[in-house]
Design a protein around this ligand. Structure first.
Ligand SMILES: *Cc1c(COP(=O)(O)O)cnc(C)c1O
Length: 403
């Protein structure tokens, strides 16, 4: 019987990384601010900004650090209320708390996207909005931006899992005032750890650069080539010595691992989408599995698969997960697995624990499985068969229906 590859194995790091890492090990030049110019981290920032089409990028130690610095860069008052979706990873409310702000959670629907009525109802009284595109699922960014712009609310995009995703032709991460991405191993570009924030706003990037640990005049290594407006330099001068230094910088070694992966992003996005849509089409044959549709303006870049179990009780859902595991496919039901970091009720550190019945209902039937871009369509067919068969094993054969 054919078997599936280990879904947690990453793609090999491109060979070109080795020569650069060797050079760095030889010279010991690992700190981003040692070289007078063109350090690997600086080059990564330029290349990433160019890839996304934003003016500025700041590479840091993680996406969580990027989210924290984004909130700090906005200069929000202590205890500012920040609206986030109720479906995200625990790192997101954690970054809000780290920034001395209070997370306010809004409902997310069965399609993993923000419930716009609840979002609008909760906007009054918040001072910033952090849209976490959880698992790369994009909420209605047109409606979100219209509502936030009308109130003058800054929007941060948590695009940790959305590299390569587009909304109406625009790159996710460039729609809000700041976009944050992750290079943690389970994301599209893998450096083990790492993150980057992008923005077009010189004031915000200047603050974030200093906060990230650009002490003294090391910020001079961030001035953009071809930026003749002087806006960035003026912003740096304005914030000199005014901000704490949190030291969340990226090492040159991480940049050396990330840079050669950037030319592979387009292929990974293409293959990930092909795999996802192939599996989703097969799963549509099962009456017990629903893969929610994306919103029309979204072009996805998935590297994992989420679907809802339909018409199963908890025991049946657990049996489904067991049957899938026996077939070699690990499925996590967000709301049923113990201590899941994506189930909001497990964020017991929240200063205010909300009741989100719609989000809870979704989490209690929504399944999560990895679907790496490197899988072949044969692998994908096998994976889909395992899931369809697992549902059938639990709920009985399809032909029992309609007879
Ligand atoms: C992975 C992830 C994060 C955290 O990224 P780190 O780089 O590990 O800090 C935040 N938000 C989402 C949606 C993620 O998927």
């Amino acid at each position: 019987m054919a078997t599936l590859p280990n879904m947690h194995d990453a793609e090999p790091i491109p060979e070109e990384a080795r020569a650069e890492i060797d050079r760095l090990l030889q010279s010991g030049d690992l700190f981003r601010y040692t070289a007078p110019e063109d350090a690997p981290v600086t080059l990564l920032e330029r290349e990433f900004a160019e890839l996304l089409g934003s003016r500025y990028a700041l590479a840091v130690s993680s996406c969580s650090a990027a989210l924290f610095l984004s909130l700090k860069a906005l200069d929000l008052p202590r205890d500012a209320r920040v609206l986030i979706p109720g479906f995200t990873f625990a790192a997101v409310p954690s970054a809000v708390i780290h920034a001395d702000c209070v997370p306010v959670l809004c409902e997310v629907g069965m399609n993993y996207r923000i419930d716009m009525a609840d979002f609008e109802a909760k906007l009054d009284g918040v001072q910033a909005v952090l849209i976490s595109h959880m698992r790369g699922h994009t909420s209605d960014m047109d409606a979100i931006m219209a509502l936030c712009d009308a109130r003058g609310l800054p929007v941060i995009e948590d695009a940790a899992h959305s590299l390569g995703t587009r909304w109406a032709g625009r790159n996710i991460g460039t729609i809000g005032r700041i976009g944050c991405f992750s290079f943690q191993s389970y994301k599209l570009v893998n450096a083990g750890e790492g993150g980057v924030l992008i923005t077009d706003d010189p004031e915000i990037v200047a603050r974030a650069v200093i906060l990230s640990g650009a002490y003294e005049h090391t910020w001079k290594k961030h001035t953009q080539r071809g930026d003749n407006t002087g806006a960035l330099e003026a912003a740096f001068a304005r914030w000199q010595n005014k901000l704490p230094l949190y030291n969340l910088r990226m090492s040159n070694l991480s940049a050396a691992i990330i840079r050669p992966q950037l030319p592979h992003v387009a292929r990974r996005v293409r293959d990930g989408l092909r795999n996802h849509d192939f599996v989703a089409a097969r799963l549509a044959e099962s009456p017990w599995i629903d893969v929610p549709a994306k919103l029309p303006p979204e072009q996805r870049a998935p590297d994992s698969l989420q679907f809802n179990l339909v018409g199963m009780d908890r025991t049946e859902m657990a049996a489904f997960a067991d049957a899938a595991a026996a077939g070699g496919v690990k499925v996590q039901i967000f709301g049923l697995s113990t201590d899941n970091a994506r189930a909001y009720w497990n964020w017991e550190f929240l200063p205010e624990m909300p009741d989100l019945p719609a989000t809870r209902a979704m989490l209690e039937c929504a399944c999560d499985t990895r679907l790496p871009a490197r899988l072949t369509l044969e692998d994908c067919a096998l994976l889909a068969d395992v899931l369809v068969q697992a549902a059938e094993d639990v709920m009985g054969p399809l032909r029992a229906y309609g007879t």
